[in-house]
Design a protein around this ligand. Structure first.
Ligand code: SF4
Ligand code: SF4
Length: 394
């Protein structure tokens, strides 16, 4: 028998977290006489900030090390997962985990009766708005917590690691028992805070998960990609160039249709076009060239390509004009500029409702994680010429 676990994580920001969870699951299982190993997979290479990536863990109570390696070691992906862990809840919108071949459902690999374990402060209903139906029942468990995001080689040590280990014991005690998790952490870290965090994770999810029936979830809006067999590969190494083109307006700049990368983001910029001073900075500075010049001299954003880095919000000189907002507050990637043109007041109301009261700064490079800053300010809808310089400056 083999238990297969996948750990969905955000590239770079959660790599250390995912690797530690994976390797500790193997070590804990080994202490109770099981055999296991873990391996990882990038999405593209090298790993990009925020890109959906996976670690895998394979554990067996009855196979030898060689047999388990032969069964699971030579594959780049798994066909099915007994448990799928999701370390950042915005990945429930879909992941592009392999060569950017398309957006795949987060629960794609979960087997009948298996578990989807999501670290999130959202309710079940808020997550199920984005998760597709499956043909069979499975379980959804939520481990309360912020997505633990950190910087390049920095680990955000906020005890998510220990809480996830405890939660795994809560979901599948045969895989790892909470006693084994506790004794492992106590021995290895000599830190009772870490043991207590694991117990907290265990108690939270133990018998506290939802059975998701085949009727629950959404109809998946994306075509599920099928990777070509090696016999279907084209000869040679010529990669077709992207056809160059430009016109004013939404999606007017030529971009790759197969390298969209929008599932990389945990936050997206909300733009108050009525406050825009047409300074060009967002368009110039966006590292992924997501802004499209519009006929009125403003800049629309293409959310299919935005990776949520927050640079546009940093450089915009106008107070409250670009604000980064939790990605799970949005249902689609349609053009915000078109919405604003159709219904200016309706758009401003929508934008302010999405922005909410508080503002977040993603201090991920320091490993401190995102911080909530002072309440934002609701600037009334107005034309830019109505504003004084003092009102405009941040
Ligand atoms: S957050 Fe802003 S700067 Fe960053 S990729 Fe998205 S649109 Fe571009
Ligand atoms: S940075 Fe801000 S003010 Fe400047 S063009 Fe972009 S949205 Fe407008």
């Amino acid at each position: 028998m083999i238990r297969r676990i996948e750990i969905n994580y955000r590239g770079v920001f959660q790599k250390t977290l995912a690797r530690q969870v994976a390797s500790d699951l193997v070590r804990i299982a080994a202490r109770t006489g099981k055999v296991g190993f873990s391996n990882g997979r990038y999405s593209d290479a090298p790993e990009r900030n925020g890109v959906p990536c996976k670690y895998f863990v394979f554990i067996s109570p009855d196979l030898s090390e060689e047999e388990l390696e032969a069964e699971c070691g030579a594959k780049l992906d798994i066909d099915e997962a007994d448990i799928s862990i999701v370390l950042d809840d915005t990945m429930v919108k879909g992941v592009e985990p392999w060569a950017w071949s398309g957006i795949r459902p987060i629960n794609e690999k979960v087997i009948e009766g298996g578990f989807l374990l999501v670290v999130s402060n959202k309710e079940v209903g808020e997550l199920m708005k984005f998760i597709p139906k499956k043909e069979y029942p499975y379980h959804l468990a939520i481990l309360p917590g912020e997505s633990s995001l950190s910087g390049l080689w920095v680990f955000h040590d906020d005890l998510t690691h220990e809480r996830v280990l405890g939660a795994m014991a809560g979901l599948d005690p045969e895989l790892v028992s909470i006693d084994a998790v506790e004794s492992y952490l106590r021995e290895r870290t000599k830190d009772e805070r870490r043991v207590a965090a694991a117990v907290e994770g265990y108690e939270w999810v133990h018998h506290r998960y939802k059975v998701v029936s085949p009727e629950e979830g959404i109809d998946w809006p994306h075509a599920v990609p099928v990777l070509p067999a090696w016999t279907e590969f084209r000869e040679g190494v010529a990669v077709p160039a992207i056809q160059r083109g430009f016109r004013l307006g939404p999606r007017g700049q030529s971009r790759s249709t197969i390298f969209r990368r929008g599932t990389t983001k945990t936050m997206r910029p909300v733009i108050r076009f009525d406050l825009c001073r047409k300074c060009t900075l967002c368009w110039l500075e966006c590292p992924d060239e997501c802004f499209d010049p519009t006929p009125d001299g403003r800049y629309d954003v293409d959310y299919q390509y935005c990776v949520g880095c927050g640079k546009c919000a940093e450089v915009c000189p106008v107070n409250e004009c670009i604000v980064m907002v939790d990605e799970l507050r949005f249902d689609d990637d349609s053009s915000p500029w078109e919405f604003w043109n159709r219904d200016p007041q309706g758009y401003v109301d929508w934008a302010e409702e999405k922005k909410g009261a508080m503002r977040q700064k993603p201090l991920v490079v320091t490993g401190a994680g995102p911080v909530v800053t002072a309440p934002g300010q609701r600037v009334p809808a107005r034309g830019v010429h109505d504003m004084t310089d003092q009102e405009v400056s941040r």
